[in-house]
Design a protein around this ligand. Structure first.
Ligand SMILES: Cc1ncc(C[n+]2csc(CCOP(=O)(O)OP(=O)(O)O)c2C)c(N)n1
Ligand SMILES: [Mg+2]
Length: 404
């Protein structure tokens, strides 16, 4: 990691003033507490930026770490043989769960929005296995079932949420786009594209302010990077040296628009460079590549108070939502991408490394299918929330300062 984003700058700017004040474990005074006029800024000139323009040209050499598929082994990443098998369980659970979701939507047991994560399971599983679960936070967009399950939300609670039942992980009032689990620090499930990115910066700010060494992983789609909120959040994280990793799950499409048609600079990982972040690119079709990349970004950067950016390239097999036939794809495109399937890849890995037999993998799959089937029965049998519960868990404050 030593050469990560190694930069040679000859632009004459003074980097010293920007030398990272590493996050300490002591509570810090809020950088916002005195309207930006901190003690330090009053003792120094307002700006140290030079207006003497150096002789050009200004040259920069950049380097970005990559994490391709088929490069990493389970034991070098710290997984024992059983843990490697558990990764498969996690990914299979997400896929079987969502296959049944689709069916339940058609039977009108689930209504409203339904965005499936099928194809992207290595991203959630690889990432969750790189965090300190219960201490580090994860926040994501509306394609959130897989992340919730990978973080340990019980499939019964997840399916109940989708059925709108009171036993759901958001008490049946959040639905597909709003899986939450406060104890596990799964901070949602958010429906407005890009709107959760500033929230992630707030979470990271809170961790730093409270003097913890916890980090926040913020997942968002390629489409969300067009939002101004992405820039604002990255910039604040950079100014305050926050413990955060911005992770773009580039699944190649935002609704029906392909990433290379929508971006002037489709190498999305490079966008983090504008905030002086270390930036990397990982395969989202190999759980080990994701795990290694996210682990490196957490331990080398986020826990050291250095925000960073990771682009994970993946592919969604289904349409944008359940009602999208996805006929904007090229012929053969889906088959080609599915030939890289992360679940098949891991199954093959386990067999090749004598960590599991085909029979054991089939038995695991049957077990997972049964678990999902039980979750469906429980969701079906559960009650809807009471009508009065509609007023519970709604934020209100009588003396809210800005409302007359
Ligand atoms: C602010 C806002 N604009 C538009 C939408 C409609 N919309 C929902 S999903 C989506 C595409 C987002 O794509 P991406 O961020 O790549 O996520 P993916 O669906 O691929 O996971 C759009 C435009 C929205 N929900 N919020
Ligand atoms: Mg997308």
């Amino acid at each position: 990691m030593a050469d990560q984003n190694e930069k040679t700058k000859t632009d004459g700017t003074d980097e010293a003033g920007k030398a990272a004040e590493a996050a300490t474990t002591e509570p810090q005074p809020s950088p916002l507490s005195d309207n930006g006029e901190s003690e330090a800024s009053r003792q120094h000139p307002w700006t140290e930026q030079s207006i003497d323009i150096p002789d050009g040209p200004i040259e920069e050499t950049l380097s970005f770490e990559t994490y391709p598929a088929d490069q990493f082994e389970h034991d070098e990443l710290g997984f024992d043989d059983d843990e490697a098998f558990d990764l498969l369980r996690s990914m299979l659970l997400q896929r079987r769960f969502e296959n049944r979701c689709r069916q339940m939507y058609q039977r009108q047991k689930i209504s409203g929005f339904l965005h499936l994560y099928i194809g992207q399971e290595a991203v959630s599983t690889g990432s969750v296995n790189a965090i300190r679960l219960g201490e580090d936070s994860i926040i994501t967009a509306y394609r959130d079932h897989g992340m919730g399950l990978a973080m340990g939300i019980d499939p019964e609670d997840g399916m109940s949420e989708l059925f709108g039942k009171r036993t759901g992980c958001s008490k049946g009032k959040g639905g597909s786009m709003h899986f939450f689990d406060h104890d596990r620090k799964m901070m949602g499930g958010h429906g407005i594209v890009g709107a959760h990115i500033p929230l992630s910066t707030g979470i990271a700010f809170a961790e730093k302010y409270q003097g913890t060494d916890n980090v926040c992983l913020c997942f968002f789609g390629d489409g969300a990077m067009h939002q101004g909120a992405f820039r604002e959040a990255c910039n604040l994280a950079g100014i305050y040296d926050l413990p955060i990793v911005f992770i773009c799950e580039n699944n190649q499409y935002a609704m029906g628009t392909a990433v290379d048609r929508a971006f002037a600079k489709p190498d999305l990982f490079k966008h983090g460079y504008n905030f002086d972040f270390p930036c990397s690119l990982a395969s989202g079709m190999d759980v080990f590549s994701v795990n290694k990349a996210v682990g490196d970004h957490i331990e080398s950067y986020a826990r050291e108070g250095q925000p960073s950016m990771l682009e994970v390239r993946t592919y969604r097999y289904q349409g944008h939502s359940i009602t999208d036939p996805a006929d904007y794809r090229a012929e053969g495109e889906l088959d080609e991408r599915q030939s890289e399937d992360a679940i098949v890849r891991l199954q093959q890995y386990l067999i090749n490394h004598d960590l599991a037999t085909e029979d054991e993998i089939d038995a695991l799959d049957d077990e997972v299918k049964q678990e999902v089937s039980d979750a469906l029965d429980a969701a079906d049998a559960a009650d809807f929330p009471d009508e009065e519960a509609i007023y519970d868990d709604v934020y209100s404050q009588d003396d809210y300062p800005f409302i007359a």
